[in-house]
Design a protein around this ligand. Structure first.
Ligand code: DX5
Ligand code: ZN
Length: 216
């Protein structure tokens, strides 16, 4: 099983964002995570299309775009035309999930579905074979630097079982409150990709921290 780390630029120094992304370009990170928040689906506003466009130009890592917005269907074509690699939308925000997944994949972009901590895994059962990534939120979305929710291990195990039983090729990603105390255990539970913001960008040496998370 391949292990990936996807650093979240939400915790980066925005006054020096290009250099922060360059730093990740020279690391062993697998992807670069961009959190788009609209202030409606989540109680916070982060950044939008111009920042994702800039990140797509500067990043040599596949761009992993996590949109926490209502009516994501309205913006799929715009985000997918920015040269990104992965677009993840929230199951709770999307009325026509099957159509939205197809719309993302039509652009040759990988489709991810994210579940808030309270959302049962069963909501994925009819689309699990279509998606490329299942993003299990390990915090209530909207902010970096929050505490990891322990029930995530149980949820990951349920997603893993659903993927295996359905023959789906989907990868499992976990996002929120990730650090050295939970990274190894999450990989052991079958997680493929760890998203980390604060742990990486607030450390003295982000490159080393990424390596430590990968070895956890
Ligand atoms: C939260 C975001 C996360 C967040 C992770 O809604 O989706 O990607 O930036 O940040 P940390 O690692 O600081 O919890
Ligand atoms: Zn995220």
């Amino acid at each position: 099983m391949t292990r990936y780390v996807s650093p979240s630029i939400l915790a980066a120094n925005f006054g020096n964002l290009e250099n922060e992304i360059e730093l990740i370009n020279h690391s062993n990170a697998g992807w670069l995570h961009c959190d788009v928040m609209d202030g409606v689906f989540v109680p916070n506003i982060s950044f939008g299309i111009p920042v994702v466009e800039m990140a797509s130009r500067v990043s040599s890592k596949p761009l992993d775009v996590h949109i926490m917005i209502i009516e994501p269907e309205k913006y799929i074509d715009r985000f997918c035309s920015l040269g990104i690699d992965i677009l993840t939308i929230h199951l709770e925000a999307c009325r026509h999930l099957n159509r939205a997944i197809a719309q993302i994949k039509e652009h040759g972009v990988k489709a991810g579905i994210s579940l808030n901590p309270h959302t049962p895994v069963e909501g994925l059962s009819e689309v699990i074979s279509e998606v490329d990534i299942v993003l299990v939120m390990s915090v209530n979305p909207g902010f970096g630097g929050q505490k990891f929710i322990e029930n995530t291990y149980h949820k990951v195990a349920s997603v893993k079982k659903m993927i295996e039983q359905s023959g789906s090729k989907a990868l499992i990603q976990v996002d929120g409150g990730i650090d050295m105390s939970n990274a190894g255990k999450l990989y052991d539970h079958g997680v493929d990709i760890l998203v980390a913001g604060t742990t990486i960008f607030h450390s003295n040496n982000p490159g080393n921290t990424i390596d430590e998370l990968l070895k956890a």
